[in-house]
Design a protein around this ligand. Structure first.
Ligand code: ATP
Ligand code: MG
Length: 250
């Protein structure tokens, strides 16, 4: 949090206030869209009901995601304005731990915002940020939203899409990609089409996938395949839904 906003860490809503502040700053810097503010609000409500914690099934999903990353020929982490505002450094660390590429991919695409996000990611240590070439298209969606890099998301076998829109999530999965989706709403189409739905706050999910990837760095392909095969996506979605429905107000 920047110096001029004073929220004591002891404040019961500290993390939620920190998150809001980062998104606000993202909008001020021109990296997050105003739509991103609304998305944040939706996510926050689900996180509140989840108890603002990583539930067990989400941790299992994060471990499966790490295993998919390590098994991938070409993994790409898709970054939008909310992810760039919330966890840029953590995203770069995940890319480094897994050998994945980073690609800026926006729902409301403007060249200016892509440039700003790419620069922001570089300031947080990213060396190569894709998304600026936009020389390939995801089949089945309208022109602006279909744009991706030919040597990035288009070529990838594994894609991590935090907070992806439902249409694009479906189109990516129709291309046969292994799709890892982080989304706090287990009823949203994006996690429902994912190979691995991760129902957790991106702020907790990204560093936890990195931790699992580091832990699995020396695992054999057979061990990694065991992890991905034993992950049950339907059970993970059901557990997340029931954690939210039974969430307590405290
Ligand atoms: P669709 O059903 O097509 O997927 P949607 O209604 O989910 O559409 P949006 O509201 O734009 O569309 O999606 C934003 C999604 O991002 C919401 O599901 C929200 O829960 C999720 N979200 C927002 N902030 C976070 C966050 N910090 N971590 C994880 N998920 C988040
Ligand atoms: Mg959604």
């Amino acid at each position: 949090m920047s110096e001029h906003v004073e929220v004591p860490e002891s404040h019961p809503r500290y993390l939620s206030l920190l998150t809001r502040h980062r998104i606000e700053e993202g909008v001020d810097k021109g990296i997050t869209s105003r739509q991103g503010l609304i998305a944040q609000g939706r996510g926050e409500a689900f996180d509140y009901l989840l108890g603002e914690r990583t539930i067990e099934s989400a941790d299992a999903a994060e471990r499966a995601a790490a295993a998919y990353f390590l098994l991938a020929d070409h993994a790409v982490i898709s970054v939008n304005g909310n992810v760039a505002a919330l966890c840029p450094g953590e995203t770069v660390e995940l890319a480094e731990a897994t050998g994945a590429d980073i690609e800026v991919n926006l729902f409301n695409r403007t060249e200016e915002r892509i440039e700003r996000i790419a620069e922001h990611m570089r300031e947080h240590g990213a060396t190569d940020v894709k998304g600026l070439t936009a020389d390939a298209r995801i089949p089945g969606i309208d022109h602006e939203r279909a744009k991706v890099d030919a040597d990035g998301i288009y070529d990838a076998d594994v894609v991590l899409v935090p907070l992806e829109d439902g249409d694009r999530a479906e189109a990516l999965s129709a291309m046969g990609k292994t799709e890892l989706v982080i989304d706090l709403n287990p009823g949203s189409r994006s996690p429902r089409t994912a190979t691995v739905p991760i129902v957790d706050n991106v702020l907790r999910a990204v560093p936890n996938i990195t931790d699992h990837a580091r832990d699995l760095a020396d695992a054999s392909d057979a061990e990694l395949r065991d992890i991905v095969e034993s992950f049950d996506r339907e059970a993970a979605l059901d557990e997340a839904e029931s954690a939210i429905r039974n969430g307590k107000f405290d």
